[in-house]
Design a protein around this ligand. Structure first.
Ligand SMILES: *[C@@H]1O[C@H](CO)[C@@H](O)[C@H](O)[C@H]1NC(C)=O
Ligand SMILES: *[C@@H]1O[C@H](CO)[C@@H](O)[C@H](O)[C@H]1NC(C)=O
Ligand SMILES: *[C@@H]1O[C@H](CO)[C@@H](O)[C@H](O)[C@H]1NC(C)=O
Ligand SMILES: *[C@@H]1O[C@H](CO)[C@@H](O)[C@H](O)[C@H]1NC(C)=O
Ligand SMILES: *[C@@H]1O[C@H](CO)[C@@H](O)[C@H](O)[C@H]1NC(C)=O
Ligand SMILES: *[C@@H]1O[C@H](CO)[C@@H](O)[C@H](O)[C@H]1NC(C)=O
Ligand SMILES: *[C@@H]1O[C@H](CO)[C@@H](O)[C@H](O)[C@H]1NC(C)=O
Ligand SMILES: *[C@@H]1O[C@H](CO)[C@@H](O)[C@H](O)[C@H]1NC(C)=O
Ligand SMILES: *[C@@H]1O[C@H](CO)[C@@H](O)[C@H](O)[C@H]1NC(C)=O
Ligand SMILES: *[C@@H]1O[C@H](CO)[C@@H](O)[C@H](O)[C@H]1NC(C)=O
Ligand SMILES: *[C@@H]1O[C@H](CO)[C@@H](O)[C@H](O)[C@H]1NC(C)=O
Length: 749
């Protein structure tokens, strides 16, 4: 190198760099030094043919390369403008390129080890300038200074890139390092590079940080406040040596990561013979060292478990052994969570009904039992003094009042009673069986709004609006709540529903899936509304006579028969109730909301293990066995009885012994007094008492406890049309106590 005169060579170097193909160039021209005497600046341009292309499509336009003595190095370091794939923005970065037979054009294993502006990419025509007064200055195309080395106090002679990827600003004698990239690490530590106390590595994307603090090497997730999940002193091994030096730092060596601190040398040793070359703090919070022959060693995972990483199962995900991820189970029968991505359980879970500020009165804190949040017990974060030593109720209230609070972690230990309000929930884990666990985990969830006295639960599918199409056709638009993302599988399902046509099914005219609105389903408009408006009232102007009621009953039965038997895809409705029976202008009855339960099932990780439907209409087998289309037959039986009796299945306005329709129905059957139950506010019904009572026997058949004894819907249609007789042996008759009623079942907080 001694014979080359550097003062004029630099300019030549540039020309050469961008003209000659790279592999040859690196061998022929050492270019590790850039003199500050030349006033040249380098401009960021789109990738040229000479740029080095990475496996993933990224490019680097090289400004300076570490000096390589022919083939003797196993890798080379280069600095320049790096742009990732689309080249929307560039970083001034150092890349490390392994040499494969001296050829850097095979860039496999290449990696960015440092960047000046990791969070502020610059555009095309940005420039990098080296001056003796200011050192390196990176200026965006519009003239904004994005980054500089801030070396104004010292005169810079030149810039040198070492073969260990350290970029340094040197003085005139090459004696003093005025600035070096090793003092400003990003996410990577090179061999022999020191991470000093007070410095930190920040993972790409900024989620995690690793710093040397008074408590050793500590890893944090940058939540608000940051939450520690690894701490060096507890996990490093004592090397048996002491140091005299006072400074604290960690350093990567070829066999270990060594921590010098408080007079001690502590060490994490790599078990392999392969030499380590660099170490990166990665976007998943792992600290991995990489070495020759693609060797990788995870320093932290040898000390903490997979489930100890905060984002191992994404938000709200529960991590069990070997990083198996799942969503929180239903809480008291209601599912609140679904997988964010069906195929990727580690992506975490989200709320089926997202929390919305307008609906804050429906927010409740639901306990996840036997679940813990690892870091809080090991590494308690800073606590708001007002949240210390308070009772659980005060803690929960504080969270409910604070819209940024998404969960509460409460340390119920009597000496603590600490309340941690969380604005973000990372991965959770089950408590160790048999261990005393003081931590209580409460997640903020949003209950569905109630409608018409009945809680809809998961089975209730959103809000209905009236709409008009461009051709003036009136339509009903149903917004399918709780879908933040529309997936292809849903759309296929919606298309299936749309392809089902029957006179007694409300027709789906179209749908629209949009990020901002979720899923909108457009249905034919039914001018006379839902059946409940017609049968549960005492308004003499809106009385339905016996002929109309009979017709409505047969219509419902035909609609259900079609769903169960006639279409290509058997569909179990799961939520038959008067609110889901709609009437058109001629009082033709049509079943609505079919197929939607299927969409909900797709949404959830537990298929039909979740109770579904509306209390009061749900078949007894929901409590125990297999769910078949016979659950709809049961619900149909309840609706049938309500139509015949002109009252709700559960009616608080009745005397206590008569509140439950099924209970008095059973009693009246035994007493052979069914006529007492016929809707007495409707003269026409009383007039046809005999026929009405006959139809009550169909209801009794549908309400059999044993689902195998219930008729199919097609049989029901035949009975109603007088073709088949009612089964006479109806002894196993809904003996179960009535299912939990609405209030008891849902208001569980
Ligand atoms: C750079 O310029 C200074 C004077 O400005 C001179 O003393 C020095 O020798 C020059 N360095 C090189 C490497 O040309
Ligand atoms: C500059 O870097 C090269 C390797 O690229 C190295 O050989 C040389 O010693 C470095 N110069 C100084 C002054 O550090
Ligand atoms: C480029 O960006 C993609 C996607 O953001 C990322 O996966 C990849 O690691 C990046 N490449 C480099 C070399 O940083
Ligand atoms: C970059 O600068 C060149 C020369 O001034 C100009 O022709 C070109 O349009 C600029 N590119 C962008 C993207 O601004
Ligand atoms: C320059 O562009 C960046 C984005 O590339 C922008 O943030 C900044 O405000 C711009 N500065 C000026 C002075 O226009
Ligand atoms: C340079 O110094 C200025 C003022 O002293 C400071 O605001 C800026 O953040 C520094 N830039 C860097 C890259 O350190
Ligand atoms: C400083 O080091 C570089 C490369 O290592 C060399 O080219 C340059 O001549 C040196 N400058 C002086 C003044 O020694
Ligand atoms: C090391 O630091 C301690 C406290 O910071 C100080 O008391 C001691 O004098 C220092 N020792 C040396 C050798 O610098
Ligand atoms: C760490 O590794 C280096 C070699 O890379 C070795 O010299 C040193 O003794 C090791 N330190 C400990 C404490 O094992
Ligand atoms: C939680 O654990 C306790 C004790 O092991 C057990 O009784 C209880 O049923 C569990 N709760 C849930 C929801 O699994
Ligand atoms: C039922 O529908 C018909 C036809 O649209 C309409 O005239 C009538 O007012 C409706 N009845 C009620 C009570 O809404």
């Amino acid at each position: 190198m001694g014979s080359i005169s550097w003062g004029c060579c630099v300019v030549l170097l540039y020309v050469a760099l961008f003209l000659k193909p790279f592999p040859i160039l690196v061998k022929a021209l050492p270019g590790s030094y850039w003199s500050a005497n030349t006033s040249t600046s380098v401009t960021n341009s789109f990738p040229t043919p000479d740029s080095v292309k990475f496996d993933d499509g990224s490019f680097v336009s090289i400004i300076l390369s570490s000096e390589s003595n022919g083939y003797s190095y196993e890798h080379t370091c280069h600095c320049g403008f790096f742009c990732n794939q689309t080249c929307d923005g560039s970083l001034f970065a150092i890349v490390r390129i392994p040499l494969k037979g001296g050829d850097i054009s095979k860039s496999e294993g290449s990696t960015v080890v440092w960047a000046a502006n990791p969070t502020n990419p610059v555009s095309v025509n940005a420039s990098l300038k080296l001056t003796s007064e200011r050192g390196l200055v990176l200026t965006d195309a519009n003239g904004t200074t994005v980054w500089s080395t801030n070396t104004s106090s010292k005169s810079v002679a030149g810039l040198n890139l070492t073969d260990n990827c350290n970029l340094m600003l040197l003085d005139h004698n090459n004696a003093t390092i005025i600035w070096q990239s090793f003092d400003h690490p990003t996410d990577t530590l090179m061999l022999k590079q020191k991470l000093m106390a007070g410095q930190q590595l920040i993972s790409k994307g900024g989620l995690y940080s690793l710093a040397l603090t008074s408590e050793g090497l500590s890893a944090y997730i940058n939540s608000n406040p940051p939450q520690r999940y690894f701490s060096g002193y507890h996990n490093f091994d004592y090397a048996g040596d002491t140091v005299k030096a006072n400074s604290s730092y960690v350093q990567l060596n070829s066999e270990n990561l060594t921590l010098f601190s408080q007079g001690l040398i502590l060490v994490l040793t790599s078990p392999s013979d392969f030499s380590l070359e660099y170490m990166r703090f990665e976007p998943d919070g792992h600290l991995r060292a990489y070495g020759e022959a693609n060797y990788a060693y995870d320093f932290l995972t040898r000390r903490i478990r997979d489930c100890d990483y905060p984002t191992v199962c994404g938000n709200y995900g529960i991590c069990t052994n070997n990083a198996q991820c799942s969503c929180p189970p239903p809480i008291k029968g209601t599912s609140y969570f679904r997988q964010t991505n069906d195929k990727l359980p580690n992506n975490g879970c989200s709320l089926i009904t997202p929390l919305s500020c307008e609906d804050s009165k429906y927010h409740v804190l639901s306990e996840l039992e036997n679940i813990t949040y690892f870091p809080i017990t090991y590494y308690p974060p800073k606590i708001n003094p007002n949240h210390q030593h308070i009772n659980l109720e005060t803690c929960k209230q504080a969270c409910l009042k604070d819209s940024s609070c998404k969960a509460v972690f409460y340390n119920s230990n009597n000496h603590m009673r600490n309340c941690y309000l969380q604005s973000q929930i990372f991965s959770l884990m089950p408590t160790d069986a048999g261990q005393k666990n003081y931590l209580r985990v409460y997640i903020k969830v949003q209950k569905k709004k109630s409608s018409d006295g009945a809680e809809l639960g998961v089975g209730g599918f959103g809000t209905v609006f009236e709409g008009t199409l461009v051709d003036d056709t009136k339509v009903a638009v149903k917004r399918f709540d709780g879908l933040s993302q529309i997936k292809k599988s849903f759309l296929a399902e919606v298309e299936t529903i749309g392809s089902i046509h029957h006179f007694n099914l409300v027709r789906l005219i179209g749908f629209c899936a949009e990020k901002s609105h979720g899923l909108l389903l457009v249905y034919e408009y039914m001018s006379n509304g839902s059946l409940d408006k017609w049968i549960f009232h005492r308004n003499p102007d809106m009385l339905l006579d016996w002929q109309h009621r009979k017709k409505i009953i047969i219509d419902i039965a035909k609609g259900l028969t079609y769903l169960h038997d006639d279409c290509r895809h058997k569909i179990v409705h799961l939520d038959i109730k008067p609110q889901n029976i709609l009437l058109d202008e001629n009082f033709n009855a049509k079943v609505s909301d079919f197929g939607l339960s299927k969409l909900v099932d797709r949404e959830q990780s537990q298929v039909v293990t979740t109770m579904r439907g509306t209390p009061g209409y749900m078949a007894p087998e929901w409590l125990s066995s297999v769910i078949t289309e016979k659950v709809d037959v049961y619900s149909f039986g309840v609706v049938l009885l309500e139509i015949l009796c002109g009252r709700r299945n559960f009616d608080r306005s009745q005397p206590e012994e008569a509140m439950h329709l099924l209970a008095i129905f059973k009693k009246k059957i035994e007493e052979d007094q069914l006529l007492d139950l016929v809707d007495k506010y409707n003269e026409d019904m009383s007039l046809h008492g005999e026929e009405v009572v006959n139809m009550m026997r169909v209801a009794a058949w549908c309400l059999q406890n044993d689902f195998t004894k219930r008729p199919s819907m097609s049989i029901v249609v035949k009975v109603l049309e007088g073709v088949v007789n009612v089964e006479s042996n109806l002894d196993d008759f809904f003996l179960n106590p009535p299912l939990p009623n609405t209030r008891a079942g849902v208001h569980n907080q």
